[in-house]
Design a protein around this ligand. Structure first.
Ligand code: PLP
Length: 386
């Protein structure tokens, strides 16, 4: 049996995304900046895609900027907020210890440039509180960046509350919503979000395309200079097929969100119940306040790499955490942040479901994992430490 349960790393493109892309790979190949019929067709497609994204995010089309993905959107948000802050002498940033590396490595760069960064510690359940954010904000804070849902443990952050706090304090609020977009409700106006990052390949769109919502009035600091595309804020000929396809995928995901979430929540809970019966297992992250498709469990005394190898041999694609960190021997910074020991962190299995997964696959995953865990413990004859 082949089971793909690594949808937090990337997803399969769906039919809506593929069908939308087709014509722009073939017949409609114009450059949106060109002043002729082919160019106008491409420009029109781009405008329609922008309007679609805006409708589903609750903002205006001109507040959407297309990027090469989530990482670029995150970088653009962080460096733009820093540039704005610097102009008014504000060089403090609040974020969290379990952000995606696209945020954390950007903050490292700013630290080296003299910014001070407060990374909020993460409670054991993986949910930051509004109060933590409120207490960390200083008069010189130029940015609060807190992810909507965590990429490894799936926990959902109180984005609306953080938005309200930032609005009251007059601080710019960015959220990395790459894991949330298409899966959790988003309305940037209601949630008082200043900037929001998303990436198409996490909601069944193509890889290499994403978007940053930027509330009007916020001045971006372009990272790629050149032509005047994206109102001069992001140079380079637009990825028309990618953008059109992303908009179709996002539209589809938002339209089917509630039914899909119900289905995935039930797969998630069934998996958690099954894996809980394996001795010395620990669920990472809040059992309820988490993404519908996310399961993350430590099996004490087991090396995740060996477990993943056995699962892979059985046809199951899973992960030990973030794909960007795969292959590194460093324990996950997310699991360390919620208080797991390095050994525990190296024993984590992340399963992330999509709409295509089935109950039969979940049964197979539970059975295969239980066998693999006990055989690995037997081989190593290691007694899990409690
Ligand atoms: C995948 C991911 C990213 C990076 O997105 P890319 O499009 O792959 O660059 C950023 N943040 C989070 C939370 C992610 O899960």
């Amino acid at each position: 049996m082949f089971v793909y349960a690594d949808n937090a790393a990337t997803t399969r493109m769906n039919k809506a995304a593929m069908e939308a892309m087709g014509p722009y790979l073939d017949g409609f190949y114009g450059n949106p900046s060109s002043q002729h019929a082919a160019g106008r067709d491409a420009a029109k497609a781009l405008a329609q895609a922008r309007a679609k994204m805006a409708k589903n995010l609750g903002c205006e089309p001109r507040e959407i900027l297309f990027t090469s993905g989530g990482s670029e959107a995150d970088n653009l948000a962080v460096f733009s907020a820093a540039a704005l802050g610097e102009k008014s002498g504000k060089k403090h940033i609040v974020s969290t210890a379990f952000e995606h590396p696209a945020i954390l490595r950007s903050l490292d760069r700013l630290r080296a440039k003299g910014f001070s960064v407060t990374l909020l510690p993460v409670p054991e359940n993986g949910v930051i509180s509004g109060q933590q954010v409120e207490e960390a904000i200083r008069p010189d804070t130029c940015l609060v960046s807190v992810m909507y849902a965590n990429h490894e443990i799936g926990t959902i952050q109180p984005i609306s509350e953080i938005g309200r706090i930032c609005r009251e304090k007059g601080v710019l609020f960015h959220t990395d919503a790459v894991q949330a977009a298409g899966h959790l409700p988003i309305c940037v106006k209601d949630q008082q979000i200043g900037m929001l990052s998303l990436s198409a390949h996490k909601f069944h769109g193509p890889k290499g395309v994403g978007a940053l919502y930027v509330q009007k009035g916020i001045q971006l600091e372009p990272m790629i200079t050149g032509g005047g595309q994206e109102r001069g804020l992001r140079a380079g000929t637009e990825n028309v097929p990618g953008v059109v396809s992303m908009a179709a995928a996002f539209d589809f995901a938002c339209a089917h969100r509630e039914e899909n979430m119900k289905k995935m929540t039930s797969l998630r809970d069934k998996t958690i119940d099954g894996l809980k019966n394996i001795p010395y297992s620990i669920l990472n992250g809040d059992p309820v306040c988490r993404l519908p498709g996310n399961v993350n469990v430590c099996f004490e005394g087991v090396e995740a790499e060996a477990l993943l190898f056995l699962l892979d041999q059985a046809g199951i694609c899973a992960s030990s955490g973030s794909a960007c960190m795969a292959g590194s021997l460093e324990p996950s910074h997310v699991l360390l942040a919620i208080g797991r020991t390095p050994d525990q962190a190296r024993s984590a299995l992340r399963l992330s479901f999509g709409e295509e997964n089935t109950e039969e696959q979940v049964d197979f995953i539970i059975e295969t994992t239980a066998k693999a865990v006990s055989s690995l413990r037997g081989v190593k004859s290691s007694v899990p430490r409690l």
